[in-house]
Design a protein around this ligand. Structure first.
Ligand SMILES: O=C(O)C(=O)C[C@]1(C(=O)O)C=C[C@@H](O)C=C1
Length: 375
């Protein structure tokens, strides 16, 4: 049956919108009161455990597995006309605000302001989280380890340039767990002060990964212009804003933050350039139903060592999503493998694989199981 024609006037439609907004607002506040009640229950549980001498030391308000389930359900049941992802972003912010009522989260990220890591932190935690920029990946780890911040966000992998080796190395010495992943499509622009133009640029600053991701474009459009690697694209934008003749490669956030003009847009060599970020925390995350696990393994140096490490996955039919090698820092010519795969350490199948790997390896360090990125 065809829909009845909508004959409402502009005034009538606006009156409807006002009434709907009022209802949504009441419902959001009703939801927020539920979150407050959840916070009371979480606190009472920890206090009861402490009174019984089973010391769970701190209340964990943020529950990534629950948030992933809520967001997945929203996308699955969405009927439009709004896209599932769009509705999920709205609910992402609603949950972020609800969590801030329970307890405002402090999130350390690899700064400065204006980097894609900041955008990843906001995408994952929503705008009610208090995001604190850090100068180095080590500092992000240190802030979370010391309890100064609840969580941290660091880049781990780029689809054009591969792994961010420093992040992988930091996990080797850290007791922190991975509690989530964020995927960000990365769009680079060439930014400079207003009216600079390509002819007015003498130097281009960017993080070395961004320079690499735009290499072909730069060779073609800016041959002979000096390229300088700096600590981040945000830093490059800061330099470009204060130094005439200097351009930066950075994204939209940096352009807005430093008031820079786009001299050229979308200059990345590959259109589907994506960066993946990891969220680090102090707690282990329970299963969400669609999870990933990351581990570090170091094998004995014998023929077929890598085959033996991977065979348990093949036998169990578990897909690897990533494998990467880093030199071990304790033993010369020994290597450690970063392996990521689908599933949760609490799944029987995964626990079996890990037990088998333990027999084959000299070191096995689980870095955590966490929900697969939803948005
Ligand atoms: O379910 C919970 O544990 C809540 O605290 C509620 C809620 C939500 O708003 O839905 C808020 C924060 C958590 O990270 C997860 C979910």
């Amino acid at each position: 049956m065809a829909d009845k024609p909508d004959n409402r006037s502009l005034e009538e439609v606006r009156a409807d919108i006002d009434a709907i907004d009022q209802e949504i607002q009441q419902l959001i506040n009703r939801r927020a009161r539920c979150a407050q009640r959840v916070a009371d229950i979480k606190l009472a549980e920890v206090q009861a455990a402490q009174a019984a001498g089973q010391g769970e030391a701190e209340v964990v308000y943020y529950r990534p597995e629950r948030e992933a389930q809520v967001l997945r359900r929203i996308i699955d049941r969405n009927t439009g006309p709004l896209a599932g992802e769009t509705v999920a972003h709205i609910f992402r912010e609603v949950m972020s605000a609800c969590l801030a009522l329970e307890k405002p989260l402090q999130v350390a990220y690899l700064g400065p302001e204006g980097t894609f890591t900041q955008a990843a932190a906001l995408k994952h935690f929503g705008h009610a989280a208090i995001c604190v920029p850090q100068g180095t990946i080590d500092n992000v780890f240190a802030q979370v380890e010391s309890g100064e911040c609840n969580y941290g966000v660091v880049p781990v992998e780029n689809s054009t340039e591969g792994m961010v080796s420093h992040t992988l190395d930091s996990f080797m010495d850290s007791s922190l767990k991975i509690s989530g992943e964020v995927e960000m499509p990365i769009t680079h622009h060439l930014l400079a002060a207003e009216h600079t133009g390509l002819d007015g640029i003498q130097r281009i600053c960017a993080h070395q990964q961004a320079l690499a991701q735009c290499r072909n474009w730069l060779d073609q459009h800016c041959p002979g212009i000096e390229r300088q690697a700096v600590s981040s694209n945000g830093e490059a934008a800061r330099i470009a804003a204060s130094t005439p003749g200097v351009a930066a490669i950075a994204g939209d956030i940096a352009a807005e933050l430093y008031g820079l003009e786009k001299q050229a847009q979308h200059i990345e060599d590959y259109a589907d350039n994506t960066t993946r970020f990891l969220v680090i925390g102090r707690e282990e995350v329970p299963p969400s139903g669609c999870d990933k696990t990351s581990i570090i393994v170091s094998s004995r140096n014998k023929p077929g060592a890598l085959f033996l490490l991977l065979d348990p996955f093949r036998k169990a039919g578990v897909s690897l999503t990533r494998i990467d090698t880093r030199p071990s820092r304790t033993e010369k010519w020994a290597y450690v493998f970063f392996i990521e795969f689908e599933g949760h350490l609490q799944d029987e199948k995964i626990a079996g694989i890990v037990a088998e790997l333990e027999e084959q390896s000299i070191l096995l360090k689980p870095l955590g199981s966490y929900p697969q990125a939803v948005m």
